[in-house]
Ligand binder design. Structure first.
Ligand code: TMP
Length: 213
C-alpha cells in the first residue's frame, strides 16, 4: 500500500534532521523509503528552488512566487513522488502543499481557496497520508535557522529567513489552523533535544502505520 508522509513547520523547526532520522529508522525496520523535498527533489524543480530562495530575488512578486512553487511541485510529483508510490516505496517529503497554504496563503495573504485549487492541480490530486507538523515558537526556529545559515554560508537559503517576525508568526498560526481541520495531521512538539523529538515522531508514525495496517 503506498504511503506518503510529509513534514511541515516553520524555519529551523528541525524537520530536515528528523526526516533523515525517521528514514533510517524505517529502513532498519525493513521498509523501502525515498526521501525528497520541496521545492526541489529533481533537476528542474531544483533549478526553480534556486530562483525562489535566492536573496537577490527580493522583488519576486507574490503571485510569481506562488506559481513557481506550483511549477516545481508539478514536476516533482510527476517525476519523483508518483512513480515511487506506484512502486510501493514509502515516500518522506520535506514540505508539500500545506507549505504553500501556510507561506503564500497565511504568510503572504494570497487567496487560500485559489491556492487549494492550484495545489490540487500541481500535485495531480495527490494528498499526503500523514503530515507531521513540527511546531515551536517562531523565535526559537528563526534563531536556529539564522545560526545555521551563518555557520555554513548558506546564502541561497536566505530569502525567507529575511522575512519579518510577523510574517513567520502568520505562517506558524496558518499551520496550526490547517492542522486543526485535517485528520491526517499529527502536531509534534518540536522543542527539546533531537532525541526527544525523534521519539515523539516515532510514536506518531508507529501509531499511524498500525492504524493503516
Ligand atoms: P526549506 O527551508 O524547508 O528547504 O524550504 C524552503 C523555503 O521555501 C522555506 O522558507 C519555506 C518556503 N516554501 C514556501 O514558501 N512555499 C512552499 O510551497 C514550499 C514548499 C516552501
Amino acid at each position: 500500500m503506498p504511503i506518503f508522509i510529509t513534514f511541515e513547520g516553520i524555519e529551523g523547526c528541525g524537520k530536515t534532521t528528523q526526516l533523515a532520522r525517521l528514514a533510517e529508522k524505517l529502513r532498519a525496520r525493513g521498509r523501502q523509503v525515498l526521501t525528497t523535498r520541496e521545492p526541489g527533489g529533481c533537476p528542474i524543480a531544483d533549478a526553480i528552488r534556486k530562483i525562489l530562495l535566492d536573496p537577490g530575488n527580493s522583488d519576486l512578486a507574490p503571485r510569481a512566487e506562488l506559481l513557481l512553487y506550483a511549477a516545481a511541485r508539478a514536476q516533482h510529483v510527476e517525476e519523483v513522488v508518483k512513480p515511487a508510490l506506484e512502486q510501493g516505496v514509502l515516500v518522506l517529503c520535506d514540505r508539500f502543499t500545506d507549505a504553500t497554504l501556510a507561506y503564500q496563503g497565511f504568510g503572504r495573504g494570497l487567496d487560500r481557496n485559489l491556492i487549494a485549487e492550484l495545489n490540487d492541480l500541481a500535485a495531480g490530486g495527490l494528498t499526503p497520508d500523514l503530515t507531521l507538523l513540527l511546531d515551536m515558537p517562531v523565535e526559537h526556529g528563526l534563531n536556529r535557522a539564522l545560526g545555521r545559515n551563518a555557520r555554513s554560508n548558506l546564502e541561497q537559503e536566505g530569502r525567507f529567513e529575511a522575512e519579518s517576525l510577523a510574517f513567520h508568526q502568520r505562517v506558524r498560526e496558518g499551520y496550526l489552523a490547517i492542522c486543526q481541520n485535517l485528520p491526517r495531521y499529527a502536531r509534534i512538539d518540536a522543542l527539546g533535544s533531537i532525541e526527544v523529538v525523534e521519539e515523539r515522531i516515532d510514536a506518531a508514525v508507529t501509531d499511524f502505520l498500525k492504524r493503516r495496517a
